[in-house]
Design a protein around this ligand. Sequence first.
Ligand code: KIV
Ligand code: ZN
Length: 502
Amino acid sequence: MIHDPNRIYVFDTTLRDGEQVPGCQLTTSEKVEIAKELELLGVDVIEAGFPISSPGDFESVVQISKAVNNPIVCALTRANQKDIDAAVQSLQYAKHPRIHTGIGSSDMHIKYKFNSTRQDILQRGVDAVKYAKKYVEDIEFYAEDAGRADNAFLAQMIEAVIAAGATVVNIPDTNGYCLPHQYGAKIKYLMDNVQNIDKAIISVHCHNDLGLATANSLAGIVNGARQVECTINGIGERAGNTSLEEIVMVLKTHQSLGKHTHINTKRFYDLSAKVSSMMHMPVQPNKAIVGKNAFAHSSGIHQDGFLKHRENYEIINPEDIGLDQSEIILTARSGRHALKHHLERLGYLAEKINLDEIYERFLAVADRKKEIKDDDLLLLMGADTKSNYKDGVTIKLLQVMCGDPLIPTSIVKLDMKDGIHEATSSGNGPVDATIKAINKIIEKEVIIKDFHIDAIHGGSDDVSKVNMRIIYNDKNYTGYGFSSDIVQASANAYLDAVNKFI
Ligand code: KIV
Ligand code: ZN
């Protein structure tokens, strides 16, 4: 095999370092589901768990080993035989097994965690690697708290574990303490001072206590590390780990670094949302790459510049991370250019409207509301959403059955150009059943991308407003509907969007 020195291996620890965060625990089948997604994403290593820690973790490593084919499946241990035995057993079905064993390397850990000496700790690390090597060829050694370890001792330890058989040496900044130049220098020191470093790959594993995890990982890579340990959305102990999507996009965006991964970045957005919802860990809106606002432009100056040329205000194409478009948010700080953009999107022809006059009215509304949505714009334009599409498809009848123990079912009659059509469908809920029944009639391949329900005042007798964005033939269409019946409001919004292309 030709060895590519510029390939950076991606080691995902969402299911180990990420999953150990309180509230993030997953069932075995959920972990398997995420592991399969990680395989599709193209990660090189999946750290599947810490088998000795619980029967659940053990079982997860077993099931993930069975479920994935391409990535290495890795199990964590401490530097003792009992942990290693459990890891070996849990990895019995892995096509490419790896044991990740290790011990503390900073004087702080040696003294206050192990109450031991440097020499004893080094020997325990070597013994663990030798023991694991009897069962598994691929052994990764972690020198815990390497960020605060003395470089000369760290180099001695790393040289000894490589001689004992370690194939990968992990230099964790366990406490997120290092500054990027310090961490980079540490990796360079090891590259320069560990005699047998060419026999192993250096891995970086950085925590985010000072918000420097991605910067530190990058500094490590620039100085010779060839594996990066990270998690989806940067979840992990305390302030988290290096975020997988950030470090991969840094390398992709800065091609001058000459480093690349085998990650399919187009899967980022959906996988981030999946991990966030399964682990009950919301993604902060301003999170780099996958945050809700990462591709949303809200100030007038930025919106104008963005609309003139996307790259004025975007260094990443949203399609590269799986988002089909950027967002121009209409607020009181938006200018005419952004307003015109949205009106055109809603079907108003620029030459037929008096933009200055509409902009004055827009500002009056925007001053009272945080964000102006499509339905606000339609009202502003004096549109009655129903009469917008006089020739379009309208609902003649909508009847739903739902509630425990019924299977949600919807009967829909649509008034179309060529007469009345009827369909019945079941679904996950009444809205899903209704959309499916409509789809049976219109026979179009439509994907719903966004679906927002708002109550106008609050209260069970309230009017619901539904905003929807759908994709048909690779184009976006938005729809708006309202009704005191939430299913009817959803059907109205769906047809409002559908009528724009049908
Ligand atoms: O942060 C750390 O040091 C770890 C090791 C167990 C690899 O997670
Ligand atoms: Zn860690």
